[in-house]
Design a protein around this ligand. Sequence first.
Ligand SMILES: [Fe+2]
Length: 589
Amino acid sequence: MNIIGLSAFYHESACCLLQDGRLVAAVAEERFSRVKHDARVPVQAFRYCLEAGGLSLPDVDVVAYYESPQKKLSRQLWAGVPEGDEELAWLDPHQPERAIRERLGYDGPILFFDHHQSHAASAFYFSGFRDAAILTVDGVGEWATTTYGRGEEAALEVFEKVHFPHSLGLLYATITSYLGFRVNNGEYKVMGLAPYGEPRFVDQIRQLIADGPGGQYTLAMDYFDFARGRRMFSPALCELFDAPPRVPESEITPFHCDVARSVQAVLEEMLMAKVRYLAGRVDSANLCMAGGVALNCVANGRIVCEGPFERLFVQPAAGDAGGCLGAAALAHIQKTGQRHSDESLARIFLGPRFSADDVASMLAATGLPAHDFRHREADLLDAVADRLARNQVVGWFHGAMEFGPRALGARSILANPLDPGIRDRLNAMIKKREAFRPFAPSVLAGHAAEHFDLDHPSPFMLETCRVVSPLALPCITHVDGSARPQTVERAHNPRFAALLEAFYRRTGCPMLVNTSFNVRGEPIVCTPADALLCMGRSGLDALVLEDFLIDRAMLPDTWEPLLAAWHSRRRSAFGRSKSAIEENLYTFV
Ligand SMILES: [Fe+2]
């Protein structure tokens, strides 16, 4: 049974392959196209899934699509077409099926599931729980923005929904926009900014949203303009705060920090109330969460610590890309009557992998020098740990790429958390991003409790907790004393765990700073060539490509101009219109 799960045409498109109940592959299109949050037909992700499963097109039994285009259209029509929008192609409910037929060449059965049903299934059926309460929260799917459900064995029931325009995700997105960050991208910046502020605007934010009976709540729509306009907020919001919106990239003032802190506080307050409501409706010790708001790891940390449930599973690709997992799981049940698996999703390394021989061929073709550690893993790890201990910043490329927004030791930039200057260096030279944003640590699971107030594994970096370490760890400790650790076990990522052990033997510190392997505004690297390009464009001191190690000093002088030319060529190709790229233009990139 070969089931392809597919999400597209909204925020981030992605594909996964469920093969005889085993999740074999999952990847977002952006990693191939190099266009961040690429929502176009996931042609390359689809091809990758076929390749990973050793399949050709006729082997696919069913394609499971993650939302209902007809239901979505009714909401789109209700909201109306923004003035001046003459491009109405997005209102076509047949677009997904046509794309699957024409662009992917697939002519077999297609199953459509509701957006939040897919989110709910992506959490419950991959949680390993036999029973659970299920909460999904995002901006909006078709009509639903929040759903409450229960799962038991193969059965999943959604028993209550909150409907658009009332939406916790859109409340947070509106404040994200007001604070000058990009909607659907900058929400985690608001979360990162919040601890720098005071919650002095909580009363104003509470005027934006009113709690309702059961799972319900309503937004005060006078303050919002997203339902029918071209902006997220109305002038009334600026009057409420008595301040204009922040101009993007302009200075961040204490006022902006205070607004961020206040919206985070109200989001947590609402989520805690709704989680308690759900606990009253569903007799289970387990909670599953998905939807973009489930990526708010600060709120998740509170739900774990203060909430009524004993266990929490957040699906690591909780946003719309991960909806493809739920659609595939639902299709499996529809086809077989059985849940695809009773096991918890323990690892999320489901993307492309490249062998050491692949890397050797690329290096030979480019003529780039590198240290060759093939068949000498211990020596490689010693060399990398040595560089990290000397405060070098290392690009780490190993094994199959992660699915979801977090780098978990397959496509990561690593650094020494004991280095007091590393945060500023990473922000300024490597990530080229805002100085206020904290970095996350990856810690050996067996040592986690010595450094973090954490009594359970956190393999996906989806919750925050208090730092209780005897070590000074300024880079990974946020201003409020919290961190967002990933616990690393040998069973899930042996080489990454071995690297942490090698670093621990040298320094007495069982953790590394782990940030995603990309520069600002670009998707996480996918291929060895992407990683080399990223090294050329950032201040990485060294790069590990499987069994090869390249020090910056080894790169020839001609390397950086060459990379710059390569990059601009690639950008200009993707900067053209979709039809030029996909249909008419012969391109080498
Ligand atoms: Fe969603």
